[in-house]
Design a binder for this molecule. Sequence first.
Ligand SMILES: Nc1ncnc2c1ncn2[C@@H]1O[C@H](COP(=O)(O)OP(=O)(O)OP(=O)(O)O)[C@@H](O)[C@H]1O
Length: 269
Amino acid sequence: MNDKTASEALAVRASGVGKIFPAREGDVTALLGVDLEVRDGEFVSLIGPSGCGKSTLLRLIADLDPASSGELTIFGKPARQARVDQDYGIAFQQAGLLPWRTVAGNIALPLELHKVDRTERASRVAELAELVGLTEFVDRYPDQLSGGMQQRVAIARALASRPRLLLMDEPFGALDEMTREYLQSELARIAAETGAAVVFVTHSIPEAVFLSDRVVVMSPRPGRITHIVETDLGPNRDETLRESPEYFDRVTAVREALHGAPVERANER
Ligand SMILES: Nc1ncnc2c1ncn2[C@@H]1O[C@H](COP(=O)(O)OP(=O)(O)OP(=O)(O)O)[C@@H](O)[C@H]1O
């Protein structure tokens, strides 16, 4: 594989990425020297204490903010081009649904903006509603849905244009524990079914381990990557995984990495 083909095969490639926010009381170095590669179809979580730059890194990948230094490509393209080409979908902690639109209307929004015709739109909305388990609720309005259901609409909307990359910033952060675990399983299934790569920001160690192929551990002041824990838990992310010794072992590995204890495990690099 030549260099160009190799970088196109990567969903995200960050090389020496830095971000400085100028401020009157002194510049804030939100990110410093971040190197990260996310493979096509890979699930990667970003975890770390408040202020370590997780959201900033996600925002740079999404081209919502420009990097101050370094190089960032999405499927081999500059972030700006990837945004224009709709190479990624994005979902935040707040579902951000339009209250005057039904579930179907919210899911259809990106398709309307990109002038997909009515028939194709209807069939894609039906397909997406089924993918996220909301077929029976397409005519409901957001205020008639639970928080978990609203997040499922947001995920369907993010997937509307069949992006190969999904960027998620604490999408389950505001949900109760049971709904959260249920949606984690749903997301694992959806990611496997669509084959999309996912970059997922979370504060929860179990959530990161349950979902991810790799967990990227960050530390603040300046925000940087300190460890990358390979979970090596295979493709089956079902409820039995949560009780397996391997799962507990990876949760411990991430916890130790976060707390700065030495971690010496074959699956960690
Ligand atoms: N627009 C901005 N202007 C100035 N400083 C900012 C801006 N956005 C982020 N920062 C600073 O950059 C650093 C990283 O913030 P960021 O929100 O990326 O961290 P985080 O790890 O996502 O935190 P949290 O877990 O609390 O969401 C923080 O010190 C934050 O105050």
